[in-house]
Design a protein around this ligand. Structure first.
Ligand code: IVH
Length: 714
């Protein structure tokens, strides 16, 4: 990007960031997630780093967020409520250490080992609302939101409805080793939170009442505490976790000499221990670490249990433990130098759509693919995402050049979820579907897949459901090379003929050894061995593998046929209902009601199954496969296993077995495996980095189990 363009983009980014900030902090609108905001801010910062001439101290990114609402009484914080600088990976964490170590004295001030070593304190970063609580002589007197860091809102009445905020502090005695009596003045900082469980039930209730759902627990907590009527906020069941003491003064008669006699913390970890003794909730997932290796180990350990943590968290807060060292390091701008937030990979990010390309699928379907400016989402760099179809492009109103929000939750494939329309410059280009196939130049036809009412004359079924139609564009050239290649790749994958990768398949086609998938089974060693770069050994391996894979279950055979809308799952449903291919063909062609009445099979599927088996070419192809040695095995019917009637969805990475094996085990026990979560899902099994499926399960109230529990069930 040139300087001129950069300046324009910086302005756009600033406007959008400002808008999001205001919406978020003052209007409580849960329309944007932190990830999007962070992503835009990151891009802005990197542009300013490149073009420092556009730095502006009064720009929105240099201000602490949030204006207090007029509805509440304003409170001036005695000590500014700061924010934290973020780091997103280990490298940035080491950079932070390098920066602070330069500022620290070579020999440590107190407590820690030799040679400038620093102890770090690690704790969970809660995703709630920061609040400040004031206690005078042990009594809770005032609580406030952070606001802009200097001025917040007095929400004392609402905070009093949170059971875990002590209204009276525990009296502490000298023998407990943390000072005598009770501080005469204490300011505690911490986070007001809504647990994931409460959030789910609140959202369910909101849904029933037709109210919008809260996007995350922070919005819910903020929304609840901003209720002017404390009764409403009491209903929301919030919790409070303390993480810092901003100020502590002793002048109690119990402590002779006031300040000198009182107890003052030396480390951040001591503050935590003290807060706990006073009666606050303090989260126990913390550690004092001697170096960054230990910090990183802590970060990774918590990452594994993060999805089970009862509250939303977005990272780990790492502080220099020693308070004297904290003082030396001080604060720059709005954030302390002595603390950073390690953020777990964002599941959403923003990027620019550079182009839209068309892919040709195995059915000839033309699928638009968005090409991005590479960007980091959920721990990996993403540079493209499928847009599925033209409907999707229209729904999103996506144009080339647009800034978009992309999402990649856990194991989920990246997708474009939103266009940031306000970021447009006017130069964006609308995308039009090609008139010719980009692979073969063949004719492109718009087809309506699914079914329409007029189709019903072909069906015996008298359905009441609304037609489900989706428009798609197809290359209708039966000889289209791209289409055939994709189909071959699909076919060998389902047959598990791993020796035949896409490159080899293309080579065999180019050499005229195969024209369609049926030819694979009559290949001989003599066909392959003479080809350049093959030879006897590899030819033998290929032939052996093909021979070994000739027997296939009916469900996999059906899935290999590539019938429109028939994936693995539907193929299993068809196979278990019909038992044999002959039976299926007969039933489908004679009496559609049979297929129509199968559970999970909708009109769109039954229509395409019907059409597939009415096409003579397809029947000839099946015949050819059989003649060439493909044997369809009987389906292993274990429908009566202990998982009968149960549907599982797997998400995240399982540590004990691959997903494929887990799937097989579930099926062997009579269960079903589905790729998406719905009301009908019995269990969602979560591995590491479980993503959006988990969130959906929580939303729908589907039972969520950890890998260990799943293993026990097996
Ligand atoms: S320490 C210096 N500890 O993160 C200000 N903050 O990004 C940070 N937060 O406004 C105080 N969990 O709302 C601290 N364990 C934790 C935290 C935490 C969440 C929030 C807090 C703050 C924001 C800064």
């Amino acid at each position: 990007m040139g300087k001129f363009e950069a300046e324009k983009r910086i302005q756009k980014l600033r406007d959008e960031i400002k808008r999001l900030r205001e919406a978020y902090h003052t209007e409580n609108v849960p329309n944007v997630t932190d990830d999007v905001y962070d992503s835009l801010t990151r891009e802005l910062k990197s542009l300013i780093k490149k073009y420092p001439e556009f730095e502006d101290p009064n720009a929105p990114e240099n201000r602490v967020a949030g204006k207090p609402l007029d509805k509440f009484v304003k409170v001036h914080h005695k000590a500014r409520m700061l924010s934290l600088n973020d780091v997103f990976n280990e490298e940035e964490l080491y950079d932070w250490e390098k920066r602070i170590k330069k500022l620290l004295p070579p020999s440590p001030l107190q407590g820690e080992g030799q040679g400038g070593e620093v102890n770090y304190f690690c704790e969970v970063k809660f995703d709630g609302l920061a609040v400040s609580l004031i206690y005078e002589n042990g009594k809770f007197v005032r609580g406030a939101t952070r606001g802009d860091g200097l001025i917040g809102e007095d929400i004392t009445q609402n905070l009093k409805t949170i059971n875990s905020i002590p209204l009276q502090l525990n009296p502490l005695l000298n023998k407990e080793g943390v000072g005598g009596g009770i501080p005469s003045y204490l300011e505690v900082r911490g986070e007001a939170l809504m647990s994931k469980k409460t959030l789910i039930s609140l959202n369910k209730k909101n849904e029933k009442e037709g109210k919008p759902a809260f996007a995350n627990s922070r919005n819910a907590a903020a929304g609840s505490l901003r209720q002017l009527d404390p009764k409403l906020s009491a209903e929301r069941k919030l919790d409070f976790y303390a993480y810092d003491i901003a100020e502590i003064i002793f002048s109690s008669p119990l402590v002779k000499g006031g300040i000198e006699g009182g107890w003052y913390p030396h480390t951040h970890s001591e503050k935590h221990a003290y807060l706990k003794k006073l009666g606050f909730n303090v989260d126990g997932n913390d550690a004092i670490c001697k170096n960054l290796e230990e910090v990183i180990a802590f970060i990774r350990k918590f990452e594994k249990i993060r999805s089970d943590f009862p509250y939303g968290t977005d990272g780990i807060v790492i502080s220099v433990d020693n308070l004297k060292l904290q003082e030396v390091l001080g604060v720059v701008g709005k954030a302390p130098r002595y603390m950073v937030a390690f953020k777990y990979p964002a599941e959403k990010a923003t990027t620019i759509v550079k182009d839209i390309k068309i892919n040709v699928g195995r059915t000839g379907v033309l699928t638009p693919l968005a090409l991005f400016e590479p960007t980091l989402v959920a721990g990996s760099t993403v540079s493209k995402a499928t847009l599925h179809n033209m409907d999707q492009i229209e729904r999103l109103d996506l144009r080339i050049g647009d800034t978009v929000v992309i999402e990649k939750a856990g194991d989920v494939i990246p997708k474009v979820v939103e266009v940031l329309v306000k970021m447009r410059t006017g130069k964006e280009k609308k995308f039009k579907m090609l008139e010719k196939c980009p692979a073969c130049g063949g004719k492109v036809e718009k087809k309506i897949s699914g079914w329409k009412r007029s189709d019903l004359k072909n069906f015996k079924r008298s359905v009441l459901e609304e037609p489900e139609l989706s428009v798609a564009y197809y290359c209708i050239n039966p000889k289209c090379s791209a289409k055939n290649e994709r189909y071959l790749e699909h076919f060998v994958q389902v047959f598990e003929i791993y020796e035949l990768g896409p490159k080899i398949l293309r080579r065999f086609k180019d050499e005229g050894l195969i024209t369609d998938a049926g030819d694979i089974f009559i290949l001989t060693k003599e066909d392959i061995a003479p080809l350049e770069r093959f030879g006897e050994k590899s030819a033998e391996n290929i032939i052996q593998e093909i021979e070994n894979k000739k027997k296939i279950t009916l469900s996999r055979f059906l899935s290999a046929l590539g019938i429109l809308h028939v994936g693995e799952e539907t193929a299993r449903d068809l196979a278990s209902n019909f038992g044999t291919l002959e039976n299926l063909i007969l039933c489908v062609r004679q009496d559609l009601t049979q297929i129509d009445s199968i559970e999970n099979i909708g009109p769109a599927v039954s229509k395409s199954v019907y059409e597939f088996f009415c096409d003579k070419n397809n029947l000839n192809f099946i015949q050819k496969l059989k003649e060439n040695g493909v044997v369809i095995k009987k389906e292993d019917k274990k429908k009566d296993g202990k998982f009968k009637g149960l549907t599982f969805v797997l998400t995240g990475t399982l540590s004990q077995m691959s997903r494929e094996i887990a799937k097989e085990k579930i099926i062997a026990l009579g269960g079903k495996v589905s790729s998406s979560v719905s009301k009908n899902t019995s269990y969602v099994v979560t591995g590491v980095e479980a993503g959006s499926k988990l969130a959906k399960a929580q939303k729908l109230g589907v039972k969520i189990i950890e890998e260990n529990e799943f293993l026990k069930m097996l």
